[in-house]
Ligand binder design. Structure first.
Ligand code: C2E
Ligand code: SIN
Ligand code: SIN
Ligand code: FE
Ligand code: FE
Length: 684
C-alpha cells in the first residue's frame, strides 16, 4: 500500500508562507492498496487537493475520526462528492451520525449535504468494529482519548499495518497509556496526533506531545511514527527545530520518528533498516539554507543557474533540465543539464544554446511563462485534452533523447513579473530507472526553490551590471571592446579552464568556483585600453613600434584600475592578474607594460592569464579589425597551434582545440551587435 499525507495541520488551515514547507492544510491521509482501493482518513482541507487529480469515475472510502471542523472542512470541496459517477463510502463514529448534515445546514454551505451530486453510502462505526472497504483491506476502529470522543483507525492490507489516530491525547493515566501502547502494537507506519511538545502541552485539550509517542514507541518498537496535526502557530523553522531535537533523542534509541509534511509518501511494507531519509524526511531550513549558503561564493550567472538546476534535479530525480530566462518577448535557453546526453562537469555546447521560444501558450515553457502557472505533465506525448500547447519534438529528434514527464515552473522577479522558467525532465523512478510523473511533494519543493531564484540571480546581476559598465566605458574608447567580445573571451576562457581542471583532476567544486571567477575576470582583460589614446586605438592600419609601446601600457593601466578591488579577493584578483598578464608569452617574450620590464615565462604567468591570452587572440583573429579581415576558426586555431610552446602554453592550446565545437556555439550565442555603434570606424 501507499500512504500520502494530504493535510498535516490541526485546528485550522494556515496557508502562510512560513508554514508552506510542512504544509498548511488540515488533517487528511490518503491510502491506496496494491489492488487500487482508495481510502481517506479524515476530511480536513487536505482532502480537496486529493480529489483534484482523480479519474472521472470511481469509488472511494472516507473514514472520519470525529466531527471537529479541522477534520471535516474539506468535505464540501471534495470533487467525488459532487460527481454522479463517483461513489463515496463515508464511515463516521455512530454518535456523530448527523454531523455531516448539520455541518452543511443553517446556510453554512451553499447546498445541503443531501443535495450533493455524488453517490454517498453512510456507515456508522463504534470502537471495536471492523470493516472491509475492499477484499484486501480491513479497517478496525479504536476508541481515541479525545474530548467528545473520536475513533482511530488501524488498517491491514498488503501484509502491512497502518495506523491513523486522528486526535488522541496520551495522558499520564495508566489505562490511557496502556490503550495507546496496544494500539501501536504491530504497526508498520503510524500517523499520529502530536500537536504539542512537553513545553507547550495543554492538558485535557485532546492532543499529545511527540515525547509521549517516542516513549511508547520505545516500549513497543513499531515501524515508523509520523508526528502530525501540527499546531497552526508552528512555523517551518520551529518544526525543523523539534525535528532536530527528536532525531537526536531517537537515533540514540534506534527509533524511527519524523514530523509530517504535506505530500510525504510512504510505501508499505517498508524496507527494514531504513534511515529517516528513506521516508522523505527532509528539513526545510536545513536544505534550503545550506543550499543558499553554498551559493554565496558564486557571482557568475552561469554558475548560479548550474547550481540551481543541479539542486532542482536532485530534489526531483530529474534526468535533465533547462532554465530559460525572459529576454524581451522571448524565452532564451539559458542553461541545460542532461545526464543521458552529456556530463555536467565538462565544457558543453548545450550551455551556449542560442535557442529562443516566444512567450505564448503554444509551447510548454512558453505557456508557463505566459500564464505564470506550474505544469506537471506525466507524458508530454499524451497531453491532457484542451491544452493550447504541444510538445516540440525537434530537440528529441535531433539528439535521440526521449522526453516523457515534465515539471515546468515559472519564477518571478521582485516586481512579480515572470523572469524565467525552469523545466525539469524525466523524474526517474529509483527502483526501475524509468521516467514517471513528478510527485506533488516534488512540486512543493520546487516551488520553494523557485521562490529563491530572483534573489539568487539578483546578486549576479549586480556584479554583471558593474562589469558591463566598465566594458561600456572601454567601448567608448575602443569600439571593438564590446559586450559580445568580452562575453566570448570570458566564456571561452571559462570552458578552457574546465577542460584543464578535469585533466588535472582538480576538485569539481573548486573547479566550478574558479571557472565562474575566470569567466567574469576574463571579460575585463582589456579594460586598461581606456587609458590609451583613442586616436591610437582607432588608427586604421598597422601601428608603428612607438605607437605599439604606448599600446602595451594598457596591461599596466588595467591592473592599476582593478588593483584596489583585487585586494579583497574573489574574481577581481583574477581580473587584475588577467589584465596585467594577458600579453605575456610562454617563451618570456611578451609584455606586461610599455617596456620589457616585468616579463614572465611559462608557469610563472598566472594560469588565468595564460588562458585568456589564447581566448583573446583567438577572438581577435576571427573578428574583423581595421588592419585585417576576420579569419575562419580553423585558420585561427592553426595559428594558435603553430605558436603553441612559443607564444602560448601548449597544454592550454590543446584544451581550446578540444572544445572547438563549444566555441562555435559561443559565437552563435554572442554575435557582434550589428552597426549603429556610434564610434565604429569603417573597416580599412
Ligand atoms: P586586439 O586587436 O584585441 O588583439 C589582441 C591580440 O591578438 C594582439 O595582441 C595579438 O597578439 C593578436 N592579434 C590580433 N590581430 C592579429 C593578427 O592579425 N595577426 C596575429 N598574428 N595576431 C593578431 P597585441 O599585438 O599585443 O595587440 C594588442 C592590441 O593593440 C590589439 O588588441 C589592438 O587593439 C592593438 N593593435 C595591435 N596591433 C595593431 C595594429 O597594427 N593596428 C591597430 N590599429 N591596432 C593594433
Ligand atoms: C517524497 O515523498 O519525499 C519524495 C517523493 C517520492 O519519492 O515519491
Ligand atoms: C534536498 O535536496 O535535500 C531536499 C529535497 C528532497 O529530497 O525531498
Ligand atoms: Fe479535534
Ligand atoms: Fe590586450
Amino acid at each position: 500500500m501507499e500512504v500520502v499525507l494530504r493535510g498535516v495541520r490541526g485546528s485550522i488551515a494556515v496557508p502562510a508562507p512560513a508554514m508552506s514547507f510542512y504544509g498548511g492544510n488540515t488533517s487528511c491521509v490518503e491510502l491506496r492498496s496494491d489492488s487500487g482501493a482508495l481510502v481517506f482518513f479524515d476530511a480536513g482541507t487536505g482532502l480537496r487537493e486529493a480529489g483534484e487529480n482523480l479519474p472521472e469515475s470511481g469509488t472511494c472510502h472516507l473514514f472520519i475520526s470525529h466531527g471537529h471542523t479541522d477534520h471535516i472542512q474539506g468535505l464540501g470541496f471534495f470533487r467525488p462528492l459532487h460527481s454522479p459517477r463517483w461513489t463515496t463510502h463515508i464511515y463516521i463514529p455512530a454518535w456523530l451520525e448527523n454531523v455531516l448534515d448539520d455541518h452543511f445546514a443553517h446556510g453554512m454551505f451553499p447546498i445541503p449535504f443531501s443535495d450533493f451530486g455524488g453517490n454517498v453510502v453512510r456507515h456508522c462505526l463504534e470502537a471495536g468494529d471492523e470493516v472491509s472497504p475492499a477484499a484486501d483491506v480491513s479497517v478496525s476502529a479504536i476508541a481515541a482519548n479525545h474530548p467528545g470522543g473520536a475513533l482511530s483507525y488501524k488498517v491491514r492490507a498488503d501484509s502491512a499495518v497502518f495506523l491513523y489516530t486522528g486526535d488522541y491525547e496520551i495522558t499520564q493515566a495508566p489505562n490511557v497509556r496502556k490503550a495507546a501502547r496496544e494500539m501501536l502494537e504491530g504497526v508498520d507506519l503510524a500517523v499520529v496526533d502530536s500537536m504539542y511538545s512537553k513545553s507547550s502541552y495543554m492538558e485535557g485539550w485532546g492532543h499529545s506531545c511527540w515525547e509521549d509517542w517516542r516513549d511508547l514507541a520505545q516500549d513497543v518498537g513499531p515501524g515508523c511514527i509520523v508526528l502530525s496535526h501540527h499546531s497552526p502557530d508552528m512555523t517551518d523553522k520551529q518544526i525543523d527545530e523539534l525535528q532536530r531535537e527528536a532525531l537526536q533523542s531517537c537515533h540514540l534509541q534506534g527509533l524511527h520518528l519524523c514530523f509530517a509534511r504535506e505530500g510525504m509518501r510512504f510505501s508499505l511494507p517498508m524496507v527494514k533498516e531504513r534511515s529517516c531519509t528513506d521516508c522523505g524526511l527532509v528539513q526545510y531550513s536545513d536544505w534550503l539554507d545550506r543550499f543558499l549558503d553554498g551559493l554565496l561564493q558564486y557571482q557568475d550567472e552561469n554558475t548560479l543557474l548550474d547550481r540551481i538546476l543541479a539542486k532542482a534535479r536532485e530534489i526531483t530525480r530529474a534526468d535533465a533540465g533547462t532554465i530559460f530566462l525572459v529576454d524581451g518577448e522571448d524565452l532564451l535557453f539559458a542553461y541545460t543539464h542532461n545526464d543521458s546526453l552529456f556530463s555536467v562537469n565538462t565544457a558543453s555546447k548545450f550551455a551556449y544554446s542560442s535557442a529562443r521560444l516566444p512567450i505564448n501558450p503554444h509551447s510548454i515553457a512558453g505557456y508557463a511563462a505566459f500564464t505564470g502557472e506550474m505544469l506537471n505533465l506525466a507524458d508530454v506525448r499524451a497531453l491532457p485534452p484542451g491544452m493550447p500547447f504541444s510538445f516540440r519534438e525537434d530537440f528529441d529528434k535531433a539528439t535521440g533523447y526521449h522526453t516523457e514527464s515534465m515539471l515546468v515552473v515559472p519564477f518571478h522577479d521582485h516586481a512579480g513579473r515572470v523572469s524565467g522558467v525552469m523545466q525539469l525532465i524525466n523524474s526517474l523512478d529509483p527502483r526501475t530507472g524509468k521516467p514517471r510523473k513528478f510527485t506533488h511533494d516534488m512540486e512543493r519543493h520546487i516551488r520553494v526553490l523557485a521562490r529563491e531564484i530572483a534573489n539568487i540571480l539578483e546578486r549576479s546581476h549586480l556584479v554583471r551590471a558593474s562589469i558591463n559598465r566598465l566594458i561600456r566605458l572601454a567601448s567608448v574608447h575602443d569600439p571593438l571592446e564590446t559586450g559580445p567580445h568580452a562575453e566570448r573571451v570570458g566564456a571561452i576562457a571559462a570552458e578552457m579552464y574546465q577542460i584543464r581542471a578535469n585533466q588535472l583532476n582538480l576538485d569539481p567544486d573548486v573547479t566550478l568556483h574558479v571557472k565562474s571567477q575566470i569567466r567574469l575576470a576574463a571579460m575585463l582583460h582589456d579594460i586598461g585600453k581606456v587609458g590609451v589614446s583613442d586616436l591610437l586605438i582607432k588608427k586604421p592600419g598597422k601601428l608603428t613600434d612607438e605607437e605599439m609601446a604606448v599600446m602595451r601600457s594598457h596591461t599596466m593601466i588595467g591592473a592599476g584600475i582593478l588593483e584596489a578591488e583585487a585586494q579583497s579577493g574573489g574574481f577581481m584578483t583574477f581580473a587584475r592578474d588577467i589584465a596585467h598578464h594577458h600579453h605575456q608569452k610562454w617563451n618570456g617574450q611578451g609584455y606586461a607594460g610599455p617596456s620589457n620590464a616585468g616579463r614572465l615565462a611559462g608557469e610563472e604567468i598566472p594560469i588565468a592569464a595564460r588562458i585568456t591570452a589564447i581566448a583573446d587572440v583567438f577572438d581577435a583573429l576571427v573578428s574583423p579589425r581595421s588592419y585585417k579581415a576576420a579569419w575562419p576558426h580553423s585558420k585561427a586555431l592553426a595559428l594558435l597551434r603553430e605558436e603553441a610552446g612559443s607564444h602560448f602554453d601548449p597544454h592550454l592550446v590543446a584544451c581550446l582545440e578540444e572544445i572547438i565545437d563549444v566555441v562555435a556555439k559561443i559565437y552563435e550565442r554572442f554575435p557582434d551587435a550589428e552597426p549603429e555603434q556610434p564610434n565604429r570606424e569603417p573597416a580599412a
